[in-house]
Design a binder for this molecule. Sequence first.
Ligand SMILES: Nc1ncnc2c1ncn2[C@@H]1O[C@H](COP(=O)(O)OP(=O)(O)O)[C@@H](O)[C@H]1O
Ligand SMILES: O=C(OP(=O)(O)O)[C@H](O)COP(=O)(O)O
Length: 456
Amino acid sequence: MASAAAATMTFRRASLAAACLPARSLGSASLCAGADRRLSIHVPLRCVSASSARRETRAAAATMAKKSVGDLAAADLEGKRVLVRADLNVPLDDRQNITDDTRVRAAIPSIKHLISNGAKVILCSHLGRPKGVTPKFSLAPLVPRLSELLDDVIGPEVEKLVSALPNGSVLLLENVRFYKEEEKNDLEFAKKLASLADLYVNDAFGTAHRAHASTEGVTKFLKPSVAGFLLQKELDYLVGAVSNPKRPFAAIVGGSKVSSKIGVIESLLAKCDILLLGGGMIFTFYKAQGLSVGTSLVEDDKLELAASLLAKAKEKGVSLLLPTDVVIADKFASDASSQVVPASAIPDGWMGLDIGPDSILAFSSALETTQTVIWNGPMGVFEFEKFAVGTEAIAKKLAELSGKGVTTIIGGGDSVAAVEKVGVADAMSHISTGGGASLELLEGKELPGVVALDEA
Ligand SMILES: Nc1ncnc2c1ncn2[C@@H]1O[C@H](COP(=O)(O)OP(=O)(O)O)[C@@H](O)[C@H]1O
Ligand SMILES: O=C(OP(=O)(O)O)[C@H](O)COP(=O)(O)O
């Protein structure tokens, strides 16, 4: 396969050549050659324009002392090819429209700094979790929004090769996860990716907890390797807020990435006073307690872990709240039939897609007692109106608490999208572009994508 040249665009001061993938044999000359027909999408060229908390705190603080893209000036950047890893993993609807552009907007300051200092930006990201080349996970749908945000776009198609990129331009590579080598952090792949550029900026906070080729591997071959503005901003805020939180401290964990996030709960039990679980996470806990869950999302290999977490919460005196009632559906669809049932009474053939009204009340009153709240993962399938009630109620509650001085941190692509949808994002203390990443920081873990960067 190949590189997938989707389009190129010229900006008045910058150009965005979209969706060229690092080819199997990466090298600047082969970058856009041999485009995979399935991916040769021509994007319209309308472009107008921390054992002890103390030790963990120290470890996390150390991750902040990284060289920053802001330390690089025109003398360092003019004419240089800069590989920028962003997290452009945005939610898309069935028609490939971006439903929340927070992560795209958040990537812009670093890119603007680089292009305004004459660098040639080679921008890369993943989107979703594709298994091989999958057109629906192409980054091409992001090009129009990126172009708008980078402003002043005027012209038609420009060069496709990195070597031909004019100073002050941007080339967007296709989804790095189209290559299995990316997630394996394959050294050869990282080397080839790195060979496209002279230096590296990691601005992908949302993916900083992954040691992948484009987040960690490339730093072995590119000097300097520095932190982007977004990465820095996230660390500056989160390290302080979660290492020494105002108490009582609550975490709300939901969403669908159960296997990635259930492990975090153990650490959260040591950090939090209150833990609220919602979303697809809860059914594994119900099943672990011997309840029937119908066709709900369940991770059968995590049942023992779920049972032990419930026991540990009890031991540690952490108030771990599971929803007592759920909204169930007869199918996974926006027009599904639905009903509210006690968590202990999910019938066969039905699936839980939201928390119920009693749970909303119980969660809201638990949250009333808090001083700091971190939320990752929607309470239900909020993309369907019928199952958005729990998520929207929690979003509104947190906005209300924010107004009363509670520190509220929302992390994760879909969680942020939900809060934006409700229109309360501005009310929150911090909107983080990383869900899993912010939870790992909270655990006191160092993030591999940050550790690998040059020290300040
Ligand atoms: N009960 C549920 N069953 C299946 N999916 C769910 C359920 N509750 C929430 N989800 C889904 O979880 C997804 C978000 O999960 P996740 O990626 O873990 O969150 P984030 O992106 O905020 O980190 C949403 O697309 C939502 O539809
Ligand atoms: O959306 C993301 O993480 P999040 O859902 O934890 O915020 C990041 O893009 C990382 O994606 P991944 O969990 O597939 O590595």
